[in-house]
Write a protein that binds this ligand. Structure first.
Ligand code: BEZ
Length: 232
């Protein structure tokens, strides 16, 4: 079972957008690889419509989406066509899923990624979400059960959080949203302790010696660092 910090397992697959070599085709980009239990099911349909509607927001963050289920290619194509042509849900309609959806009838990829969790289902993948960074390393893994649809705002928050933590060498506190204070490295590293003790950086606020934060504006996160066109 892959873990955070591991290299993303390599595979080749057929998708609704043609063949892919994973993760090498995505070098230099973030990827969210996610599985769903089955085509033509309601929770998965609501998820695909939501994710497809947000695809441009993820692309703006240099992140591509790749879906997977253990269904076949023709099932995927028929389901995505049905979504586009027939389903109107929560104001979303005519939704075209442009990101690749992997066919995995042999369950080879699902097994490699630990998406099959027999206590939940031995025939369907759980709702797994793998965040893979531009060098192909797994950075976050989230699993949801069959009965619960994912929160896509949270998935976007996780992506922005990972990118922010990398770019600014900071950590992010509970429920962090862009624009809120970030946690500075632990005392003793990078001269931060000295700065703090000498009061050199007046922006740093310490709650105790081990817990210090500083402001990081939304503009800095999006404009200067992530280069995002669209501001939220
Ligand atoms: C659904 O997506 O609705 C679903 C899929 C498999 C089991 C239960 C629900």
């Amino acid at each position: 079972m892959p873990r955070i910090g591991d290299d993303a397992p390599v595979f080749q697959a057929t998708t609704t957008q043609g063949p892919i070599n994973f993760p090498s085709d995505y070098k230099g980009k973030w990827v969210i690889l996610f599985s769903h239990p089955a085509d033509f099911t309601p929770v998965c349909t609501s998820e695909f419509m939501t994710f497809a509607s947000m695809e441009s927001e993820f692309k703006a963050l240099n992140c591509e989406l790749v879906g997977l289920s253990v269904d076949g290619l023709y099932s995927h194509i028929a389901w995505l066509r049905t979504i586009k042509e027939k389903i109107e849900y929560k104001g979303m309609r005519d939704v075209e899923v442009k990101f690749p959806l992997i066919e995995d009838i042999t369950m080879e990829v699902a097994r490699k990624y630990g998406m099959l969790q027999p206590g939940e289902s031995s025939t369907k993948a759980v709702r797994a979400v793998f965040f893979i960074d531009p060098v192909g390393k797994i950075r976050t893994i989230i699993y949801y059960p069959l009965s619960l649809g994912r929160n896509f705002s949270e998935l976007k928050r996780v992506l922005i959080g990972l990118q922010t933590a990398d770019k600014f060498s900071v950590a992010l506190p509970a429920d962090w949203q862009p624009g809120e204070d970030v946690i500075v490295p632990p005392a003793g590293s990078c001269g931060v302790a000295k700065e703090r003790m000498e009061g050199a950086d007046e922006n740093i606020k310490c709650y105790d010696w081990f817990f210090c934060t500083k402001p990081l504006s939304k503009e800095k996160v999006f404009d200067e660092i992530l280069g995002v066109v669209e501001k939220q």
